[in-house]
Ligand binder design. Structure first.
Ligand SMILES: Nc1ncnc2c1ncn2[C@@H]1O[C@H](COP(=O)(O)OP(=O)(O)O)[C@@H](O)[C@H]1O
Ligand SMILES: N[C@@H](CCC(=O)OP(=O)(O)O)C(=O)O
Length: 370
């Protein structure tokens, strides 16, 4: 079993767990998932649910022929969504918040920022966000299409460090275990290569969308952004006891070990800023538009009490636009702000480098928003 640690996770629960019979909502598998959610929150962790199951939950309320039309499925989703939410809510003594998204909401910058802010507010107020695709309005052009990819988008917008996908098999096998009972479980996938992708087959149940393929797509999206993905069997209650102990009994897909994403994550979410550098217009453009390092010449004001190599917020017109590691202390920067880099040694008697904040040590805050 692979150990893992996390602070903010998105947990994706597929239709097979919400509606094991393909019709109506069931509590059978949700009890242990709900217990895991409650325990994790008590440990001070943040958790967001992405729940499928609205179509299956509303199925019996809509009359159809052999094959349900799109409109009929959308009507099922409209009825089933409230049932699915109610099914979750009965496990918790804190509020559950419904968030229905389409791809459009994630592509549009203003809406994306609104989703991000709403999720942050909900978590800050101890609510449990429960996300699903807005199936009643989603047509092909604006659909994410499956909740595995929706969960990956949610993990990124919520700045989670972990995505947990709960499904009806133990993890990724070297072949579809429904077709090949001797297939072997892969407990840790370091990189999602074409060989790994070739292992994935389609959905296991009629309500499942995408099967293993969409789970690997989701894991890859997350890995590239420094988010680890766990694929586990949500039908086994022991799985959630192990997850609560920091052990992954299924498949753990590592986050990509690129320097950039690890540093990006750390700079963005972990390290605390000790001060603030205020930019002039030229520096703002250079840093945000041209991917340049921040030079002392473009710094118009400094606040805080920081040493060389401390993290600082980088602001323009009152907004934090970036975060970075300052090569100079606040007193040194006071002496060299507004000066060309070739004057640094003259003024200070030494130089830590031409840049005040090197590009490699700088993360744009707006770069998190597409
Ligand atoms: N290599 C594989 N390893 C594990 N499961 C696989 C693999 N290829 C295909 N599958 C199928 O993927 C199914 C899970 O996907 P899906 O039915 O979409 O579930 P969910 O509703 O949880 O999203 C499994 O039941 C299994 O039959
Ligand atoms: N949005 C749909 C679920 C789509 C989906 O991806 O389902 P699943 O493969 O079971 O996670 C619903 O609520 O029925």
């Amino acid at each position: 079993m692979t150990p893992f640690s996390w602070q903010r996770a998105v947990i994706k629960v597929g239709s097979a767990l919400i509606s094991p019979n393909g019709d109506g909502c069931s509590a059978e598998y949700l009890l242990s998932i709900a217990k895991f959610i409650t325990v994790s929150r008590q440990q001070g962790k943040d958790i967001i649910v992405v729940s499928s199951g609205s179509i299956a939950a509303g199925r019996s309320s809509i009359k159809t022929g052999l094959q349900a039309s799109i409109a009929e499925k959308q009507a099922m989703a409209a009825i089933g969504q409230t049932q699915m939410m109610a099914n979750w809510a009965r496990f918790f003594d804190f509020p559950c918040a419904q968030i229905l998204l389409t791809l459009d909401d994630l592509h549009d910058r203003r809406r994306y920022v609104n989703v991000k802010n709403t999720l942050r507010e909900l978590l800050a107020n101890n609510a449990l966000p429960i996300v699903n695709e807005n199936d009643t309005v989603a047509v092909d052009e604006i659909k994410v299409g499956d909740n595995d990819n929706l969960a990956a988008h949610t993990a990124l917008v919520a700045q989670a460090d972990t995505l947990i996908i709960c499904t009806d098999v133990d993890g990724l096998f070297d072949a579809d275990p429904r077709q090949k009972p001797n297939a072997k479980l892969l407990s840790n996938v370091k990189t999602i290569t074409s060989q790994i992708r070739a292992l994935a087959g389609g959905a296991g149940t009629a309500d499942g969308t995408g099967g293993m393929i969409t789970k690997l797509q989701a894991a890859q999206k997350c890995a590239e952004s420094g988010v680890q993905t766990l694929l586990v069997n949500g039908k086994q209650s022991s799985v959630f006891d192990l997850l609560a102990q920091g052990l992954c009994p299924g498949t753990l897909f590592d986050a990509a070990p690129t320097k950039r994403s690890a540093r990006h994550q750390w700079l963005s979410h972990t390290v605390k800023s000790k001060g603030t550098l205020t930019l002039d217009l030229g520096a703002y453009m250079a840093v945000t538009e041209k991917g340049a390092s921040l030079l002392a010449v473009g710094i118009s004001a400094i606040s805080g009490n920081f040493k060389s190599n401390d993290a600082v917020d980088i602001t323009y017109q009152g907004c934090i636009v970036a975060k970075g590691i300052s090569l100079y202390s606040h007193t040194e920067l006071q002496s060299i702000k507004g000066l060309n880099s070739n004057r640094i040694e003259d003024v200070l008697g030494f130089s830590h480098g031409e840049e005040a904040v090197h590009r490699d040590d700088l993360v744009l805050i707006k770069a998190l928003i597409p």
